[in-house]
Design a protein around this ligand. Sequence first.
Ligand code: DOR
Ligand code: ZN
Length: 345
Amino acid sequence: MTSQITIRRPDDWHVHLRDGEMLKAVVGYTARQFARAIVMPNLTPPVVNVAAGEAYRQRILDSLPAGSDFTPLMVAYLTDDADPEEIARGYEQGVFAACKLYPAHATTNSAHGVTDIRKLTGLLETMQRIGMPLLIHGEVTDREIDIFDREAVFVEQVLGPLVRDYPGLKIVLEHITTAEAAAFVEASGPLIGATITPQHLIINRNAIFDGGIRPHAYCLPVAKRERHRLAVRKAAVSGSPKFFLGTDSAPHAIGRKEAACGCAGIFNAPFALESYAKVFDEEGVLDRLEGFASEHGPRFYGLPLNEGTVTLKREEVTVPEVIAEGDLRIVPFHAGETLQWRLVD
Ligand code: DOR
Ligand code: ZN
């Protein structure tokens, strides 16, 4: 049995680092494991222009623990009236690595998101021309549509036509949760990729209702039924360069989760690599973890692979029930469980 693996330093292609005290509390967990991360812009107010992107990047750098070697990759939050020139300037100046499309009201802090993708015509043409990736929260927001179907409906009704209309646009379908999304990405050309979270590889929707309502297993897109988990898992471990690591780590203070209307989001940053290693180990393909975690993402984004390595040892590690940082208390993914892999410092 493999007792340790060493892989090229990985990146996280989708993370929420938040701001202020929460940023200071969580950024070290991401920086400890990953060389770079695509940082989601759904702050209040959202990161919509170059100045806001630069200022947020600086706040992240200022919040890093001493000695960190970590590069935040910033993302522009798209609104109905996003200015193509401003976004292109941000990309060309190296401030923005990508744009994020939140359908309005799809998830946390998405109220300023896009009400109709047709409003973005000029912008999408510009992005296609300059090679700037579009990162998509792929769920329709129609309340008539069952929450468990919102991703599959988005793939059919929005993503399919989008890919047809902009065949040269680089698109990442973020945090895929369904067989339909995995199949769509797999069948598309090389410009279409997808990120996959640890939770969607590990839990299905039963986890949200296991003996009672479990707010810490709730994120968006919501975990689906078992057959979808298996399809997403198959995609992740397939070795296909279209699928890569994106934790969607989304911390909320404990009181915001354990509430009558609890926030969506799973804080998986503290043991993210351990969590992915568990999946690749269970599938008997630990040798494919490096591609998924460290190679497919940079190749998709057209960025250099990281130098340096990280090592995981087959050693038990118990995940704390709560992570306390200053006054903040956050429940991590796998709280109270024992994992079989440990990242070596
Ligand atoms: O579960 C989620 N939490 N999904 C998202 O899309 C947003 C995120 C957050 O910001 O909390
Ligand atoms: Zn997210």
